[in-house]
Design a protein. Structure first.
Length: 411
């Protein structure tokens, strides 16, 4: 006799587990604790088996009957419903691992193991979180270019054009990782080139005129804050590395006999080893430090602990203290300063300057022809640059080439 919804609802526990049959192998198992489980008894390949359908009331009588009927259809086709349930569970697990969100998390985990800096990881996590509400649960192989574009335009609608552009690039890396791990066939972000609003690049604030550079260098010499901060400010113009690379500089990276600072790949933006020729002035500034490797592995440790580097805000805060507003000069601005003035000198190979700045050549063909390190030229250039900075700081009259007239004039 078939069960009724009322009979199922009113089933009471007994001293021992008992069954209420519904027909077709389906029955309700009531435990002494009062739990009610849907089960189906069947035979397959000559063996008696039991299939679980869930717990009442989460699974209703009608739901249990539907699952029983589906199991009987599988049996009619010669398929074991229990085995099929296991396969379906595996397929669901695989599908869950193939969503955009799951692949993005796996890509971030791999990036961390590859040694990407925590700052970069934090930025990537933040970017991906902007698009999670739209794509996280979608199978990555099913995402088409229009769907990705719609998600990115939601970000554009908030006026965050640069974020949308950067996120498209990050999504491209995730799609390419999915391709490499056999969970997608193509990078649909590539189809969106030119589809997003171009963000006008705002160049970092920097002092670029020789007389203004001299004034800045003289101001640095008068800085009355902590001596470590003043030394970092004095060194940065001579090496013009990224501020983060200076903050994390360790004594073990310096070979003072060879006059070179070798920055490990995991500390650089391009994830390539970067060597900085040290001028006589740079070495003298480093040697003036009152700390050493016994105090801290870092040249510029935190004032609170020798186990941590200087705060990322220290350099910019010092520049503000010297009277330079954030739209006038930043720690990163020393790189623009060096790039501008070295190129204006007209005596250094632009590729050598770019290599010293650790920039990546965007043109693949040109990159193939500029793999040389230009090391000897960079050594001469860095010493010349430090000598030039000293002249500017000391207020000497600097001669500049007048390329159009073919002679030198003074400023």
């Amino acid at each position: 006799m078939a069960l009724s919804a009322v009979a199922v609802k009113n089933a009471k526990p007994a001293e021992k587990s008992y069954k209420l049959s519904d027909g077709g192998g389906l029955f309700l198992l009531i435990s002494p604790a009062g739990h009610r489980y849907w089960r189906m008894a069947y035979r397959f390949d000559g063996k008696q088996k039991t299939l679980a359908f869930g717990v009442y009331p989460e699974v209703s009588l009608a739901d249990a009957r539907e699952r029983r009927d589906e199991a009987r259809r599988l049996l009619a086709k010669g398929t074991d419903p229990a085995q099929q349930a296991r396969l379906d569970k595996i397929a669901a697990s695989i599908a869950a691992a193939c969503t955009f969100g799951a692949v993005a998390d796996e890509w971030l985990e791999k990036a961390a193991k590859d040694g990407i800096s925590e700052v970069t990881l934090k930025k990537n996590r933040w970017l991906i979180n902007q698009i999670r509400p739209s794509l996280a649960k979608r199978p990555i192989a099913d995402i088409a270019a229009p769907e990705l574009l719609l998600a990115l335009r939601k970000i554009e609608a908030k006026g965050r054009y640069d974020t949308a552009q950067r996120l498209r690039g990050t999504c491209g890396q995730i799609f390419r990782y999915a391709i490499a791990t056999s969970r997608a066939e193509r990078d649909v972000s590539a189809d969106l080139r030119g589809a997003l609003v171009l963000h006008k690049v705002t160049h970092r604030a920097a002092v670029l005129k020789p007389d203004a550079v001299g004034a800045l260098l003289r101001a640095v010499e008068t800085f009355d804050g902590h001596v470590l901060t003043r030394t970092a400010l004095r060194l940065l113009p001579h090496v013009f590395v990224r501020p983060g690379e200076l903050r994390f500089a360790e004594w073990s990276e310096f070979d003072f006999d060879a006059a070179v600072w070798t920055i490990p790949a995991h500390k650089t933006k391009m994830r390539k080893i970067h060597s900085v020729p040290l001028s006589r002035q740079a070495i003298a500034i480093i040697e003036s430090l009152e700390t050493d490797v016994e105090f801290s592995p870092y040249l510029f440790p935190s004032l609170r602990s020798g186990t941590r580097p200087m705060s990322e805000n220290t350099i910019n805060a010092a520049l503000r203290r010297l009277g330079y507003a954030k739209d006038e000069m930043t720690g990163h601005g020393f790189r623009a300063m060096a790039s501008t003035l070295l190129n204006e000198m007209g005596q250094w190979n632009p590729d050598a300057i770019e290599r010293q700045l650790a920039h990546a050549e965007g043109n693949a063909v040109r990159r193939a022809y500029t793999r040389g390190e230009y090391w000897d030229e960079r050594v001469r250039m860095m010493q010349h640059w430090s000598d030039y900075l000293d002249q500017l700081r000391d207020g000497a009259k600097i001669l500049h080439p007048a390329f159009r007239r073919g002679k030198q004039t003074s400023r």
